[in-house]
Design a protein around this ligand. Structure first.
Ligand code: HEM
Length: 243
């Protein structure tokens, strides 16, 4: 019974954890099975980069989805999704500098000169680092209003990550374009006037589907609402005591 109650409360979080850890599990499995193409390092770089980007876009989608659907629970997913995006981006970076270039600063410097798009990825990762560090409740309290300001950097990190992807793709830019378009829609939905208009629309729609007090009274056999409220209040009054 307790397990069912727990699952009912946490199923969304659980789905995020399982979904975010699945690509890593699959990657480790494919690595142990020697199933990572003829260039495993490149395959790991590509897979971790792709998952990092998907999770970053999902993080940015939480608030607009809350505005449009009015689903409050979705807001609690921002932190785990953001942290998983950071985890995959860090792995992506470590594979590049560690496995690909054996932590050799000269080789890494040469690679950056050759592949300039790496700089945009690096900038995105650098922006995500303070956000991951300050994602705890303690940091939230310590930074106060500045916490929200600092965490706005996630938009910039998203834009840089998409540009990094667009730049590195040589011919077919359809896939990076899909991420770019998705990100653009999410950013537009966050603009204060757009956000206000969407949430007004949402409230109006919600009000239309909520039965009005009069309708409730008419459709059921109960006493009219105002009268029933008065009766309830009268019942709550302490009984008169005679001296
Ligand atoms: C938030 C940070 C980052 C994100 C979201 C990201 C995302 C991506 C994506 C989506 C790809 C293409 C995957 C594919 O084609 O399937 C990619 C490729 C790549 N990224 Fe990143 N990246 C990030 C940071 C970095 C950093 C810090 C570095 C290196 C210092 C880096 C180096 C590379 C390289 C070298 C490739 C190309 C691999 C190849 O074609 O062989 N990225 N990244």
């Amino acid at each position: 019974m307790n397990t069912i109650r727990w699952l009912n409360k946490h199923w969304l979080q659980l789905t995020v954890h399982v979904g975010a850890l699945a690509p890593l599990t699959l990657l480790i499995w494919d690595f142990t099975q020697d199933n990572l193409t003829f260039n495993p390092i490149q395959e790991i770089t590509l897979r971790t980069g792709k998952v990092a980007l998907i999770l970053l876009v999902m993080t940015l989608a939480c608030t607009p989805l809350h505005t449009v659907l009015g689903w409050k629970r979705i807001l609690s997913l921002r932190k785990p999704l953001g942290l998983y995006a950071f985890l995959y981006a860090s792995l992506h970076f470590l594979v590049f500098v560690g496995l690909d270039y054996t932590f050799d600063p000269v080789l890494i410097g040469q690679a950056i000169i050759e592949k300039r798009y790496v700089l945009l990825g690096l900038a995105a990762l650098l922006l995500l680092t303070p956000l991951a560090i300050t994602s705890t409740r303690g940091w939230m309290r310590r930074l106060g209003k500045n916490w929200k300001r600092l965490h706005r950097l996630v938009y910039l990190a998203g834009i840089l990550a998409v540009l990094h992807y667009v730049w590195l793709v040589k011919s077919d830019i359809r896939e990076p374009f899909v991420y770019g378009a998705g990100l653009a829609v999410l950013l537009i939905l966050r603009l204060p006037p757009v956000r206000r208009a969407v949430s007004r629309l949402h409230h109006r729609r919600a009000a239309m589907h909520t039965p009005q007090p009069k309708q409730l009274c008419a459709s059921s056999n109960v006493v009219p609402c105002r009268l029933s409220t008065k009766l309830r209040m009268m019942r709550r009054r302490p009984p008169c005591t005679r001296r």
